[in-house]
Design a protein around this ligand. Structure first.
Ligand code: 48H
Length: 260
């Protein structure tokens, strides 16, 4: 059968646009498809919350693919292994509480399982702003990352959501937008982002779970963004905390959604 290029184009455009229109109003927008954001969206979708992820770059995965200094292995502690098991990511015991997994296998499985669980991942789209009504986050403002990169003067579009997860990594971009747009109203001691502290893996991995919480009304922080907002150290290429933080953010949102 002859292949018609017009039909190929139409199949892509129609399906993408239909899905995007269906996703203009969702339960949760996760910003950032790093390990924390992907784990979070996996558990949210599994709990039947309508969840979408926006990722700025072409390749989802954030910092996981690079392992440590481009040695593409990640280290995970025992406490996070049940999440790796659930996602069918293989690992090997290295020593005592230290397990090693292949960074690309972790990324591949995480992404596939998240999408198969029902979460839509949009790559190449940047969240550039938020919507706030009556002191609650009610959605995000999005644009093509290419527009942002080329600094084109193109107005954005909007997606409404009941909850937003800031899983943007070290930069904590969404919390920073709250800070910039409405002043010191974050749920930290000062109302502002406290900022990331120097490397200390043990402390950072404990505090990341404590810091994974609501940082403004209906805005939850997960992964490295949680330590940036609430002021805790970085941890280097150990990823158990990212997985556990993503799962905790999902659990908090599921609880909040069910209590309504
Ligand atoms: C759309 C955005 C936007 C935006 C950013 O950096 P990540 O991998 O974040 P985490 O928290 O899942 O994992 C952190 C980990 O990778 C890491 O860096 C560690 C453990 N560091 C320790 C250390 O000591 O250095 O992923 C965040 C993702 C990225 O893919 C960004 O492109 C994306 O978020 N992103 N997407 N709109 N405004 N901002």
């Amino acid at each position: 059968m002859a292949l018609d290029e017009k039909i190929i184009s139409k199949a892509i455009i129609e399906n993408f646009c239909r899905e995007l229109i269906e996703n203009l109003n969702v339960d949760v927008v996760v910003v950032g498809a790093g390990p924390a954001g992907l784990v979070c969206s996996y558990y949210l979708a599994k709990a039947n919350l309508k969840t979408i992820v926006f990722e700025r770059t072409l390749r989802p995965g954030g910092g996981i693919a690079g392992g440590g200094m481009m040695f593409n292995k990640i280290v995970v502690q025992q406490s996070a292994l049940e999440i790796l098991d659930e996602l069918a990511i293989r690992y090997q015991k290295y020593y005592q509480d230290y397990y090693v997994a292949d960074a690309l296998e972790a990324l591949g499985m995480l992404l596939a399982q998240t999408i198969k669980a029902g979460s839509k991942v949009y790559n190449l789209i940047t969240v550039e702003d938020i919507m706030i009504r009556a002191e609650k986050i009610t959605g995000v403002v999005i644009n093509w990352s290419a527009v942002e990169m080329a600094k084109l003067h193109v107005d954005p579009l909007v997606v409404q959501s009941n909850y937003v997860v800031d899983a943007t990594g070290h930069a904590a971009e969404i919390a920073r937008i709250v800070e910039r747009k409405i002043g010191p109203k974050l749920f930290t001691d000062t109302g502002n982002c406290i900022g990331e502290k120097p490397m200390w893996a043990e402390v950072a991995e404990d505090l990341i779970l404590e810091n994974t919480k609501e940082a403004y009304y209906n805005l939850f922080v997960a992964g490295m963004a949680a330590n940036t907002v609430f002021g805790a150290p970085r941890m280097g290429p150990i990823f158990g905390g990212m997985f556990l933080s993503g799962r905790k953010a999902a659990q908090l949102i599921i609880q909040k959604a069910q209590s309504k």
